[in-house]
Design a protein. Structure first.
Lengths: 280, 314
């Protein structure tokens, strides 16, 4: 299954910080009880401890793109169960359930939009759909985002939030890694920038493919970013991991990302970045 | 606390203190005191000119390491707009002895890569005294490649005592890191301007030094070894540092007129860059932009070939 699971892990992993039902919500990081409306006004960031909640792709798009500028693309691609896969549940059922739960057909929304006036091709992962896992649909949408950008001379921005490859699609999901990297390689010949924005969590087949070969890599604060999930590592080496391991701050220090940007500054930084790097 | 001035600057500092005292004393604005202040200011200017007229190689070496000398980030602050620093080699760590990022200089997009020294003790440690580890060179390589792909000119600001002689640096392939950086910078298809702003210490400096144009700030130095190192290794006598500085021919004038290793000198404010860092940065910006404008007349491939030819000749 996914390298990242949200059940029965350590404190940090056990509460993925998804906004739950009701008017109030408890911050998984500092336990503060927050009024949901206030949380929303604060871009889903805890006003007390700055914890960045995971957010739906749709909300992300609303936060980043100029009003009315976003146009969804490739939404006709739908998942298939080529392997008739069954684990504790049928893959078909999982797809159906998560489609009902999220209103999405798979874990990625792609499109084109403007950030403070600058156009970009974009894909956004939604963790609520099967842990943001990348199967053939997600892979194809990422690939088409790059292709669209090549054809239209646009920069690319991808927001990841994913446990990795979708095990239920077997080898087909693995092949999405090479497919997306192949398209990044094609895209790089255009001289346009590709900015990768890593949000909580970005692991496995997504972190080990297109997500970590962006020209510029930005992460939200304290996002979990790594290849193997922390619980898998702990089980393998029989040791508990140091505080902050695989978090954005740890990655910055270890040279793996360019910068950590708070959600409230993301729009402005992306715009500045694109202005600098797009050389007409 | 370390002294914030050099031995030969002492008479200037004393005069400055006197002027300061008079100014504090003269808050009432008495004209005769005012006259005295102006008198001393004129005297100071003449004194600086006299001292700097006969400045020797060792004194220039000391100036290049002056505790108040502007560092890469100081130049960036004045000469660049919208600088966004990028971090990391994507492999092991972010080396803080090297800074890099894209920015505008007037309307020109540039990538700036520079060695960065620290100002106070803590900062100095964090920047490792401007001595890069392999990761610093690898961060630079990564950004050189991006600039090449975006067709954005590259400006390097060189200011390092040298590469870091440490265990970890060797374990992680310091030699290869420097060699590969030289290779990458020689091969990009965009204008490259290298400016030595302080210490140009051996391989650590050369890694960023293969520009189409190599410029030096007036009181910077560029050498295969420090005068101290040379005195100790070749002269076997550490008291011979001053003599070694002379023999190494490491000043901007030596390198422009004799060995022709560099292409131009950027004037520093009277008394050295630290006396007016803003003016020093303006001078640097002007020189860099002039050179970029000239180089932009050539095709990317030609710029690459020019560099290969230039550095094949030495
Ligand atoms: Zn909180």
């Amino acid at each position: 299954m996914l390298l990242f699971k949200s059940k029965n892990g350590k404190k940090e992993q056990s509460k993925p910080g998804k906004v739950s039902e009701g008017l109030w919500i408890k911050c998984p990081s500092c336990s503060e009880i927050i009024y949901k409306k206030e949380l929303e006004r604060n871009l889903e960031v805890c006003p007390k401890c700055n914890y960045h909640f995971r957010i739906e792709a749709e909300k992300r798009i609303k936060m980043i793109f100029d009003d009315g500028s976003f146009k969804e693309l490739f939404n006709d691609i739908k998942p298939q169960d080529l392997l008739n896969f069954v684990d504790t549940k049928k893959y078909k059922e999982r797809l159906k359930e998560d489609a009902e739960k999220t209103g999405l057909s798979d874990a990625v929304i792609s499109g084109v939009g403007k950030i403070l006036g600058i156009a970009a091709a974009v894909s956004v992962f939604d963790f609520n759909f099967m842990g943001g896992s990348m199967g053939r649909v997600a892979g194809e949408k990422i690939a088409r985002t790059f292709r669209y950008a090549i054809e239209n001379k646009l920069p690319v921005i991808i927001f990841t939030s994913s446990g990795g490859a979708r095990m239920q699609e077997g080898i087909y999901s693995l092949m999405q890694m090479s497919k997306t990297v192949a398209l990044v390689s094609e895209f790089n010949r255009t001289g346009m920038p590709y900015i990768s924005v890593l949000t909580d969590p970005t692991t496995g087949g997504v972190s080990a493919s297109f997500a970590t070969i962006g020209d510029v890599i930005i992460a939200e604060p304290k996002a979990l970013i790594g290849f193997a999930g922390p619980r898998v590592i702990e089980k393998t080496i029989h040791q508990s991991l140091p505080e902050g391991f695989q978090r954005s701050e740890y990655l910055l220090e270890h040279g793996m990302i360019d910068m950590i940007v708070e959600r409230k500054n993301l729009r402005e930084v992306l715009k500045k970045m694109l202005t600098l790097l797009i050389n007409e | 606390m370390a002294l914030q001035y050099l031995d030969f600057e002492k008479p200037i500092i004393e005069l400055e203190q006197k002027i300061e005292e008079l100014k504090t004393f003269n808050l009432g604005g008495f004209t005769d005191v005012e006259d005295e202040i102006n008198n001393l200011e004129a005297k100071k200017e003449k004194l600086i000119k006299d001292i700097f007229k006969n400045i020797n190689s060792w004194q220039i070496t000391q100036l290049s390491r002056h505790p108040l000398r502007p560092y890469a980030m100081d130049y960036i602050e004045t000469a660049a707009e919208n600088f966004i620093e990028l971090h990391g080699d994507r492999r092991f760590m972010d080396d803080k002895a090297v800074v890099g990022g894209f920015c505008f200089m007037n309307n020109e997009r540039v990538l700036i890569i520079g060695h960065q020294k620290g100002r106070n003790t803590k900062d100095k440690m964090c920047r490792n005294f401007g001595m890069p580890h392999p990761e610093g060179y690898r961060k630079a390589q990564r950004l050189f490649k991006l600039a090449d792909r975006y067709r954005i000119p590259i400006v390097t600001l060189i200011d390092t005592p040298g590469a870091y002689p440490g265990l970890g640096a060797e374990e992680r392939g310091q030699s290869e890191a420097i060699a590969e950086t030289i290779y990458e910078l020689l091969n990009v298809n965009v204008p490259v301007i290298s400016v030595i702003i302080g210490e140009g210490g051996s391989g650590g400096a050369l890694a960023f030094g293969t520009g189409n144009r190599v410029l030096m700030m007036e009181y910077s130095v560029y050498s295969v070894i420090s005068p101290e190192g040379c005195a100790s290794i070749l002269y076997k006598d550490t008291s011979k540092t001053e003599e070694a500085a002379n023999s190494l021919k490491l000043t901007a004038k030596d390198l422009l007129n004799e060995s022709k290793v560099i292409d131009g000198i950027i004037a520093e404010p009277l008394g050295g860059a630290h006396r007016d860092p803003k003016l020093a940065a303006e001078n640097l910006k002007k020189a860099v932009l002039e050179n970029i404008a000239e180089l932009k007349k050539y095709k990317g491939e030609d710029l690459r070939n020019q560099r290969i030819e230039k550095f094949s000749k030495f």
